[in-house]
Design a protein around this ligand. Structure first.
Ligand code: PBG
Length: 323
């Protein structure tokens, strides 16, 4: 009987052989853990659609970040839920705002942990949109001024990196300019360069109380049907000074991660979003999927597609398994 000379199974026979030729690694060093900060004292409440993910008040955050740091996770990304919202999202850049206080607390307790901040208005505006509203429309250029203020206020509070997620045109350039003027030319921007208008943000909007009160985000977030546009978006952000390019969500957009990896030499990040996490958790709870294996496989695919950095709610679980 004829056999080809190459038999792929030869290298799959034992774990040692498989490990010897494994092409992709998932390490805790690549991971960023998202954290939700809420007003009040002594608060640690689970997000109902995201089992294992909690919202913390600033005082409770310290214990959490200590655990994150000790697990070897190098970075967190902060999302704040303010005490009060208004039309222009002014709490987003308030000196004693929720995120600003959280940054200070983290930097005091675990100074080496990288603190990234999400720069957006949707958690802070009464209408829940990521930009300012004028005549029922999102006013792009007026929003840029607000975002610049938010980014600078985060840097002043001690953030190590800012991550604009609003999808306004020109925001990376405007934020870069504002940071430089304020003496923060050393603070990198991780741009949510390619952010799709996705149903997979559902659980996050519960956690961050940021669902739009009217309409949707289709006039600023990307159409899931578009791949070539992703290159245009990323190219613009590179031109405007982005240091890291992010694709979001991750698993439904692996092709986009791969394209960006091939087209650009910047570090690529991918955000495994709330709905991706919720889906695996839910199926795991129902006994329909092996949750742990699904977690590994999805994260490994995101790495395989070309992501250097992964933002994921699974970060602590992964770290616990690896240590
Ligand atoms: C804010 C923002 C969102 C997410 C990150 N930053 C929500 C949105 O755009 O509606 C989603 C993250 C997740 O789903 O885990 N603009």
């Amino acid at each position: 009987m004829f056999f080809p000379e190459y038999r792929p199974r030869r290298l799959r026979r034992t774990e040692a052989l498989r490990s010897l030729v494994r092409e992709t690694e998932l390490s805790v060093k690549h991971l960023v853990y998202p954290l939700f900060v809420v007003p009040g004292q002594g608060v640690k409440e689970e997000v109902s659609s995201m089992p294992g993910v909690f919202r913390f008040s600033v005082d409770k955050l310290k214990e959490e970040v200590k655990e994150v740091y000790e697990l070897g996770i190098p970075a967190v990304i902060l999302f704040g839920i303010p005490e009060k919202k208004d039309e222009v999202g002014s709490e987003a850049y308030a000196k004693r705002g929720i995120v600003q206080r959280a940054i200070e607390a983290i930097k005091k307790s675990t100074p080496e942990l990288i603190v990234i901040t999400d720069v957006c208005l949707c958690e802070y505006t009464s209408h829940g949109h990521c930009g300012l509203i004028r005549k029922g429309e999102i006013d792009n250029d007026a929003t840029l001024e607000q975002l610049a203020k938010v980014a600078v206020s985060h840097a002043k509070a001690g953030a190590d990196m800012v991550a604009p997620s609003d999808m306004m045109d020109g925001r990376v350039g405007r934020i870069r300019e504002a940071l430089d003027e304020a003496g923060f030319s050393h603070i990198p921007i991780m741009s949510y360069a390619v952010k799709y208008c996705s149903s997979f943000y559902g659980p996050f909007r519960e956690a961050a109380e940021s669902a739009p009160q009217f309409g949707d985000r289709r006039s600023y977030q990307m159409d899931p049907a578009n791949a070539r546009e992703a290159i245009r978006e990323a190219a613009l952000d590179v031109e405007e000074g982005a240091d890291i390019l992010m694709v979001k969500p991750a698993l439904p957009y692996l092709d986009i991660i791969k394209t960006l990896r091939e087209e650009f030499n910047h570090p690529i990040a991918a955000y495994q979003v709330s709905g991706e996490y919720a889906m695996i958790k839910a199926a795991g709870r129902l006994g329909w999927l092996d949750e742990e294996r699904a977690m590994w496989e999805s994260l490994l695919s995101i790495r395989r597609a070309g992501a250097d950095v992964i933002l994921t709610y699974f970060a602590k679980e992964v770290a616990r398994k690896l240590t």
